[in-house]
Design a protein around this ligand. Structure first.
Ligand SMILES: N[C@@H](CCC(=O)N[C@@H](CS)C(=O)NCC(=O)O)C(=O)O
Length: 208
């Protein structure tokens, strides 16, 4: 299999962390979706990364599907099987994916020429991220190494990527109001799968 994407995209990074954790034989191929003649268009009509090549001219796209496919393709799923654990995992993944979406929207707004930027749009995305972090802090158990039970899982991957993308593109002092989440994040992002997929230019904040 081949994973097409960029080293800075958090959507792609979810899949890269998962591949690393499961030591899957998937080649990472850097491809830019933004150019007019991007080869990504031939693989994904939506022209977005990640794209996963699963066979000759056969592709999966949309990060949630790509991650789901990778999670179930080797019989070593990182999603709990019991119904309660399964849905809790989906819940954390939705929260993490929402943080990533808001972080991306904010980052794109930030890149527009200054006179065209809409501060209220940026503020709206920041409020989404702030509220999601507050809810994560309220939900996470004191002193837990993993979000669910005593096993590392997809919920940890998606939330870990979301939190580090926040530190990357919307650095702010969320740690002072979310100490439980901060402690969990420090442990999760110290794993080799996270260390080895850090976006280029990322600088770990103080206390991370
Ligand atoms: N919902 C999509 C979002 C993917 C996405 O927006 N990826 C960005 C890179 S971070 C992209 O490829 N953008 C290209 C474009 O919007 O033209 C997913 O989860 O895979």
């Amino acid at each position: 299999m081949k994973l097409y994407g960029s080293p800075t995209s958090p959507y792609v990074r979810k899949a890269r962390v998962l591949i690393h954790e499961k030591s899957m034989p998937v080649e990472f191929v850097i491809e830019d979706p933004w150019t007019d003649d991007s080869p990504i268009i031939l693989k994904n009509p939506l022209s977005k990364i990640p794209v996963l090549e699963i066979g000759a001219d056969s592709y999966m796209f949309e990060s949630q599907l790509v991650v789901h496919y990778l999670d179930h393709s080797d019989g070593k799923s990182l999603t709990p099987r019991d119904p309660a654990g399964y849905w809790q995992s989906q819940w954390w993944q939705s929260l993490g994916n929402g943080i990533i979406d808001a972080g991306i929207t904010r980052a794109f707004e930030n890149r527009r020429p200054e006179d065209k930027q809409m501060p209220e749009k940026k503020a709206r995305e920041e409020q989404r991220i702030d509220r999601a972090i507050d809810l994560a802090e309220k939900t996470i158990k004191e002193g837990s190494e993993f979000l669910l039970g005593n096993r590392f899982g997809l919920a940890d991957i998606v939330m870990g990527v979301a939190i580090q993308y926040t530190d990357f593109r919307y650095p702010n002092d969320w740690r002072s109001r979310a100490p439980k989440l901060a402690k969990w994040a420090a442990g999760i992002t110290a794993r080799p799968s996270f260390e080895e997929t850090l976006p280029p230019g990322f600088v770990k904040p103080e206390g991370a």
